[in-house]
Design a protein around this ligand. Structure first.
Ligand SMILES: Nc1nc2c(ncn2[C@@H]2O[C@H](COP(=O)(O)OP(=O)(O)OP(=O)(O)O)[C@@H](O)[C@H]2O)c(=O)[nH]1
Ligand SMILES: [Mg+2]
Length: 444
């Protein structure tokens, strides 16, 4: 590797000051909270192995086209970088190529933005061929429009934190070379994605019910997969612990097998290039029959995070999908606060570490898959109706009540409509009650 002026070599620890610019347009964004965004940037930086020495914020109407922050602020940053002995400045928003070059020249440190930082973390996480290709594709797509000039200048933008730049193309880059590489990666990705799709189609054909664990990064998705299926997956109190989707078979209490898939976590301002490159991976959520939305209910930013997940799901076209919200980590909350957790649609309050709660998740899944249980009263002599009940549903209990039989049957909604229609033909058979009638949307 031919180090550029500001390249932080792998053995040189990145020591950074983090910079946030709060513009008017950002302030208007519904989900934007500058303090939270900066706090999240600190976590991202630490996850990438950066030593965070300090932070700096500025309120300004617009970003400066040349310096991003104001010129005066840039001087302040320069002083702080020097005082703290930092070798890197990380910006909470995406910078243009020109801004990076100007800042780098003026500050004499490595300049990184939020997108690059996330790409860098992803680069460190990618293990499968698909993941590795996707990351490099995202990195190069980010890099390409930011290139200008020739020769050495080109190299400075490529390196992320400096340890995980995109592939071998990193230093002797020219635009054509990068474009060629992007096409090549896209071709390779298509190949790999075809395998994923085939695999998914095969699973679908077998009629196996697909459930996706979806949610903000660090919500506890992998923990749940591990707890529910004993899968040996990576769980860490880090952002983006999971990159590649993992699927595991899971047996429901009634004996039915489903497939549960852990997916990559979402984050605010998920870099556009990353979303594009990871489309196939993210689409696991789209292909599922059912979504378990895992929420970290212990963070103050829970609502913002839930909103971000909604937005990403919408972008993916998976918004209308049937889902159950799992308010996770309730073990970290006082009971009062726990009770306040609520949302539209169905939800459960859980801890991934509670056996009992895992059971409730399985029951809820089963209910969705198999339908609710309902009780029917059928005259004992109506053998044909009784056999019909056995055919369309799962009889959980039956008892004799005078001349009638009482059947508690689990039946999904589609079959239930059919059954109701058929039963209507028999005036003496009746539905006594659906078990969940009048219940709140939470299963208890
Ligand atoms: N106290 C508590 N901690 C939990 C619970 N569930 C998960 N955690 C912790 O939360 C952290 C993140 O868990 P992961 O399962 O890695 O989260 P994830 O959603 O897979 O995160 P990404 O892969 O980064 O998207 C880990 O430190 C877990 O131990 C819970 O119910 N209670
Ligand atoms: Mg995970």
């Amino acid at each position: 590797m031919k180090p550029s002026v500001h390249e932080v070599t792998p053995d040189q620890q990145a020591r950074a000051v983090l910079v946030s610019l709060v513009t008017q347009s950002l302030k208007r964004e519904e989900n934007y909270d500058p303090d939270y965004s900066l706090a999240e940037l600190i976590r991202l930086a630490e996850t990438a192995g950066v030593e965070v020495l300090g932070t700096l914020s500025q309120n300004k109407e617009y970003a400066d086209s040349k310096w991003f922050i104001g010129k005066g602020k840039a001087q302040e940053l320069k002083d702080e970088l020097e005082a703290l002995g930092a070798n890197t400045a990380i910006f909470d928003q995406e910078l243009s190529g020109a801004q990076v070059r100007n800042l780098e020249q003026f500050l004499d440190v490595k300049i990184i933005d939020r997108t690059q930082l996330i790409l860098d973390i992803f680069a460190g996480r990618a293990k499968t061929r698909e993941g590795i290709i996707q990351v490099e594709l995202a990195q190069l797509s980010y890099l390409l429009p930011r290139l200008s000039g020739q020769g050495k200048n080109l190299s400075r933008l490529g390196g992320g934190i400096g340890t995980r730049g995109p592939g071998e193309t990193k230093l002797e880059t020219d635009r054509r070379h990068i474009r060629d590489r992007i096409s090549e990666l896209k071709r390779q990705l298509q190949e790999v994605v075809r395998h994923r799709v085939l695999h998914r189609e095969r699973r679908k054909k077998t009629g196996v019910f697909q459930v996706a664990l979806v949610g903000y990064t660090n919500a506890g998705k992998s923990t749940l997969l591990r707890q529910l299926t004993q899968a040996d997956v990576y769980v860490e109190n880090q952002l983006f612990a999971t990159l590649d989707p993992t699927s595991r078979a899971l047996k429901l209490p009634g004996g039915m097998e489903i497939v549960l898939t852990d997916t990559v976590g979402f984050i605010q301002n998920l870099p556009h290039d990353l979303v594009a490159a990871f489309r196939a991976t993210l689409e696991e959520a789209n292909e599922a029959d059912f979504i378990l939305h895992v929420v970290d209910s212990s963070t103050e930013m829970m609502e913002v995070q839930m909103h971000v997940v909604d937005e990403v799901l919408e972008e993916l076209g998976a918004h209308g999908k049937e889902r159950l919200t799992l308010f996770n980590k309730t073990d970290l909350l006082p009971p009062k606060q726990r009770e306040m957790l609520t949302t539209e649609g169905e939800f459960l309050r859980i801890s991934a570490y509670s056996e009992q709660d895992l059971g409730r998740i399985l029951d809820a899944l089963e209910r969705h898959l198999m339908g609710d249980s309902r009780t029917f009263r059928i005259p004992a002599e109506k053998g044909d109706v009784i056999s019909l009940v056995y055919r369309v549903g799962e009889v959980l209990e039956n008892e004799v009540d005078g001349g009638d039989m009482l059947f508690k049957v689990r039946v999904n909604n589609k079959e239930y409509d059919k059954l109701g229609y058929l039963l209507a033909a028999y005036d003496s058979a009746q539905l006594i009650h659906g078990e969940n009638e009048g219940e709140t949307s939470e299963y208890v």
